[in-house]
Write a protein that binds this ligand. Structure first.
Ligand SMILES: *Cc1c(COP(=O)(O)O)cnc(C)c1O
Length: 376
């Protein structure tokens, strides 16, 4: 059986976890967490990065730090993971879903401005498959209307837009290190903070509403409860695992990129014949080989293809029942304009196996099987 995903593992993680244990510091914000934060800041150029317990929690922190209040509207695509919306729904926001563009499956930047009302507080672009949204345009719209931007860059670690790391454009950027993402710590994520003036409150929100971070730096002599907050800091054991991965990012990423390019080359003939559609990487976007998907003609064909792959011991997967048509989406959101692509394109999309350690001959087999399906 060719698995759909295998969590990334390099081999140094065990040693680092052992070091954390032996240092008798396994709660949050120890040596490994600090190393990971610094690594992310260095790598992306963002002013401040804070490891979190998940990307879901990084989004929640961003929502709190954006002062989202009941009745505020937040604009995002409907084709995304539930956490993108949940983070804002928990603060009482109304979600305004905008259609996606079919080439990248990202929010259609041309439709955002029309969805803005006097209640709009934030725009939340999701960089699907690690391929950037049109950030220049989105940032210009946000600036013109005085809106905040929270990037859901859960899938965008190590991706760039015009040479700049995803997650560093908006007021806040959110990374995921879940086991299904390129780099992992089991469960975990990071909040990227663009502006220095938001850092202090972020540290407070992350540490149960206390100014403990300042206390640990010796800037105050006792810490106290200063604001509403929660516990968003991961254990050092998880951070130690992640640090081993960050140090070996090129090994992981180069291998994924080889497999991604191999899929693309081998399946290109099917696209040229008009049988399937492959991902589009627009000018100026450096993607991170997070995902390889193909698009079948429609839902029926995708279902048959997926079943055929399974018969041949290959696990393919699809995702995202559009949020606006889910029970909670109907309750907490509305779709602005017409759903031209969100539902239709989501029903065609099929994700092929992609993980660090996937072998060349396995990609060959997957592509041969896809071709055999269409040759029948
Ligand atoms: C994975 C993912 C999340 C959630 O990440 P967790 O770390 O599992 O909370 C949020 N948004 C998108 C687009 C994702 O792919």
């Amino acid at each position: 059986m060719i698995a759909f995903n295998v969590p990334p593992y390099i081999g140094v993680e065990e040693q680092y976890i052992k070091e954390a244990i032996e240092s008798h510091k396994i709660c949050g914000d120890g040596t490994f967490t600090k190393k990971c934060n610094a690594w992310i800041e260095n790598y992306t150029g963002v002013s401040k990065a804070l490891l979190t317990t998940s990307c879901t929690h990084a989004l929640e922190m961003a929502s709190i730090l954006s002062n989202i209040e009941p009745g505020d509207e937040v604009i995002m695509p409907s084709y995304t993971f539930v956490s993108t919306a949940d983070a804002f729904v928990l603060r009482g926001a109304k979600i305004v879903f905008v259609d996606i563009r079919p080439d990248t499956m990202n929010i259609d930047d041309n439709l955002i401005e029309n969805a803005i009302t006097d209640k709009t507080k934030a725009i939340v672009p999701v960089h699907y498959a690690g391929v950037a949204c049109e950030m220049d345009k989105i940032m210009a719209i946000a600036k013109k209307h005085g809106l905040l931007v929270v990037e859901d860059a859960a899938q965008g670690v190590d991706s760039k837009y015009h040479g700049k790391a995803l997650g560093t454009f908006g007021d806040f950027g959110c990374f995921s290190f879940h086991e299904t993402k390129n780099l992992s710590m089991g469960e975990g994520g990071a909040l990227l903070i663009r502006d220095k003036e938001n850092v202090e409150r972020a540290e407070i929100v992350r540490e149960k509403g206390t100014n403990r971070a300042k206390f640990f730096r010796g800037q105050i002599d006792k810490y106290t409860w200063v604001d509403a907050g929660s516990s968003y800091l991961p254990s050092e054991l998880n951070a130690a695992y992640l640090y081993g991965q960050l140090e070996n990012i090129r090994t992981i990423q180069d291998s994924r990129m080889d497999r991604w390019n191999q899929y693309y080359e081998l399946l290109k003939p099917l696209e040229n014949q008009g049988i399937i559609v492959l991902p589009t990487i627009p000018e100026g976007c450096d993607h991170n080989a997070h995902m390889f998907y193909i698009k079948a003609k429609d839902l029926e064909e995708r279902t048959a293809l997926s079943a055929y792959l399974k018969e041949n011991e290959i696990t393919a997967s699809f995702h995202y029942i559009p949020l606006h048509s889910a029970p909670a989406g109907l309750k907490f959101g509305r779709f602005h304009g017409e759903d031209v692509y969100t539902t239709k394109e989501s029903e065609r999309l099929l994700r092929l196996p992609m993980y660090y350690g996937l072998k060349e001959e396995e990609v060959q087999k997957v592509c041969d099987t896809v071709k055999a399906f269409y040759g029948k």
